[in-house]
Design a protein around this ligand. Structure first.
Ligand code: PLP
Length: 440
């Protein structure tokens, strides 16, 4: 068991499935982070989920804090979602023609969200962002996009770009296969850096179509921005006739029905959604004012389409999930539970003097093996991920499933009861004791 305090869980069946999967898929997976490259062992193949629990192919049971990377705010296999989806499926899976279900989901969203007036459904977060930046470019008749280092917006070509050297630079592609000319349309600056944003607008005067930022950056640690910085972005984009896009694929319907925009009390020009909006099925969306949305085809000149957009089964899942979230007190209860959970971990690590920080906003949390108040990607110490590796293994061996990377955030769902959160805390305390004993 190496440095671990508990014996490793059985992984024979998952191991066999992974060997097979490697023959079929690059790296054995259909999305890279699932490959367990930055933690101990090979991926667990999941057989079943129910409430806050997951079971893998070897019969191991876990309390799950990955929650399918965010969509499952009601937990796994929620009865209301399952029933609605099953009912709708009886009438067929897809028509490629409008259905009343699309109206129903749109009405549920727009009547509870005063930040957008019209919406368009797509099938993933990536698609939502890709369409939103096309819309921003079409509407402003400008080409450049300003993004922040450490923000992930899906695998959109021109956003797979990282900062070059220097305060304000064109980005460098962060994936092979992205033409340099695409990256040249993307300016990348550090989070929480007003000066860099101002310089970008000076240097590329009248060329920047939009600033895009995650509602709360949550793909590279949880980089909670100050309200002042977010309001500054709103002001500087308006002053320069450029748009502000909030990518709320994680934070939309997670921090509240109106997401991070309401949390920061800011009104972006375009907002993207994904994950929670589809209740576990593939749905993304983008929304804006009536005026901006009128640029989208068939009303306007910005083309965007999808064979399975607004798919009835996916709409049904979204309707069932968002109906629960729209009920009074839903977020208050969930966020309170998350606050108590993270606070008690903080009390433990402070008492033990461990170099460990818990960041949280609403029901999103992130564990960092650091003492710093981290707000930018550059402040994360890559060496600290070695500790996360031990931590992740110890937690798995104690029946706690976190996303398999120290850069990923965790999610608490409505299905995590106090009992499971207590059990998780004890597992976290024991695992931290082992991490810090091993590291000394
Ligand atoms: N935007 C953000 C903020 C995300 O977190 C993600 C996915 O994690 C995406 C966009 C892309 O969404 P999808 O994976 O559904 O394409």
């Amino acid at each position: 068991t190496g440095t671990t305090g508990k014996p490793d869980i059985a992984r024979e069946k998952s191991g066999e499935l992974y060997e097979k999967a490697k023959k079929y898929f690059p790296g054995g997976v259909n999305s890279p982070v699932r490959a367990f490259k930055s933690v101990h062992g090979t991926p667990l193949f999941i057989e079943k989920g129910d409430g806050c629990f997951l079971w893998d192919a070897d019969g191991n049971k876990f309390i799950d804090f990955c929650c399918s990377w965010g969509p499952l705010i009601l937990g796994h296999n929620n009865a209301k979602i399952r029933e609605k989806v099953t009912e709708v499926m009886q009438n067929g899976m897809s028509f490629g023609a409008p259905t009343a279900l699309e109206n129903e989901l749109a009405e549920l969203i727009l009547s509870n969200n005063k930040l957008i007036q019209k919406i368009r459904f797509v099938s993933s977060g990536t698609e939502a962002v890709m369409s939103a930046i096309r819309l921003a470019r079409g509407y402003t008749k400008r080409d450049k996009i300003l993004k922040f280092e450490g923000c992930y917006h899906g695998h959109v070509d021109s956003l797979l770009v990282k900062a070059g050297s220097g305060l304000v630079t064109f980005g460098e592609t962060s994936s092979a296969g992205v033409p340099k000319s695409f990256a040249d349309e993307t300016i990348v600056v550090s989070l929480n850096d007003r000066k860099a944003v101002e310089e970008a607008f000076e240097q590329f005067k009248d060329q920047i179509a939009a600033i895009i930022i995650e509602g709360v950056p949550a793909n590279n640690g949880l980089l909670i921005q100050d309200k002042e910085f977010v309001h500054f972005l709103r002001d500087v984009s308006a002053k320069n006739n450029s748009l502000l896009i909030f990518d709320e694929v994680i934070t939309g319907f997670r921090l509240g029905f109106e997401g991070a925009a309401r949390y920061y009390d800011v009104k972006p020009d375009i907002i993207t959604y994904g994950k929670i909006i589809g209740g576990g099925l593939p749905v993304g969306a983008y929304g804006a004012s009536v005026e901006i949305m009128s640029s989208i085809s068939p009303e306007g000149p910005v083309y965007q389409a999808g064979t399975l957009s607004g798919n009835p089964v996916a709409m049904a899942a979204g309707i069932a999930q968002l109906t629960e979230l729209a009920k009074s007190g839903f977020y208050k209860d969930l966020n309170k539970k998350a606050e108590e959970f993270t606070d008690s971990i903080r009390r433990f690590t402070t008492a033990k003097n461990y170099k460990f920080k818990v960041f949280n906003i609403g029901s999103i949390f992130w564990f960092a093996f650091s003492e710093k108040d981290i707000k930018t990607a550059e402040e994360i110490d890559p060496a600290s991920m070695e500790k996360f590796k031990i931590f992740h293994r110890e937690l798995l061996n104690r029946g706690i499933y976190l996303g398999p990377s120290g850069y990923e955030v965790g999610f608490i769902s409505a299905a995590h009861s106090k009992i499971e959160l207590e059990k998780t805390k004890r597992a976290i305390f024991d695992s931290l004791d082992i991490v810090f004993r091993t590291a000394r």
